[in-house]
Design a protein. Structure first.
Length: 195
């Protein structure tokens, strides 16, 4: 998005939030959330086009369906600028769909790895961006449980459809998400606990 479009978007969001009688903090949060939605939609369109051209669209869609729910609940690495987020997300998806998915693992190896991933995601998540308000203890506990449940559900799907060519996309998505969550935990020096 260019500077002019960004200013226009900011003005539109500001007018909308004022008409809804929101206080300053609520206005900032609304603007933040709407920008996130627009940025996510733009990334989804760009990635869909790229992976369609690469004839890897089904792999990308499956990776996205696995990745998005975990990311929304458990968080992970966050970047201050749209472009750096775009590049990171692109490299992440490219690694999963084109580089790692051809490297297939045996079911006897995948099951314990996914169990470890679910445990790690529960133990260290969620990792939220500094721009968002910290979670209360109750919200923190709920997010951990949801993230664990989502990963377990997705792991079961991967195991049930292990003979599918998309199974490797599924388990590599979970593994890579776990790794970036560990990195985010280290960078944030303890994640939400020490926020």
């Amino acid at each position: 998005m260019g500077e002019v479009e960004g200013c226009e978007l900011q003005n539109i969001l500001h007018m909308a939030s004022e008409s809804a009688n929101l206080n300053s903090k609520e206005q900032k949060f609304l603007i933040f959330r709407l920008k996130c939605i627009l940025y996510d939609i733009s990334k989804l369109i760009l990635f869909t086009a790229f992976f369609a051209v690469m004839h890897k669209l089904s792999g990308f869609i499956f990776a996205f369906l696995i990745f998005y729910p975990i990311r929304q609940i458990s968080g992970g690495l966050h970047f201050k600028h749209y472009f750096s987020c775009l590049v990171f997300s692109f490299v992440y998806m490219l690694l999963v769909v084109a580089v790692l998915s051809p490297l297939t693992l045996e079911l006897a190896v995948v099951v314990p790895i996914l169990a470890v991933c679910a445990t790690v995601i529960y133990a260290i998540g969620p990792i939220r961006p500094p721009s968002r308000p910290a979670l209360s203890k109750q919200e923190f506990a709920e997010h951990r449980k949801k993230a664990f449940s989502i990963v377990c559900y997705e792991a079961v799907l991967v195991v049930l459809f292990f003979d599918s060519e998309l199974a490797s996309v599924g388990y590599w998505t979970i593994i890579l998400h776990t790794l970036q969550l560990v990195i985010a935990f280290i960078v944030k020096k303890g994640g939400e606990r020490n926020a």
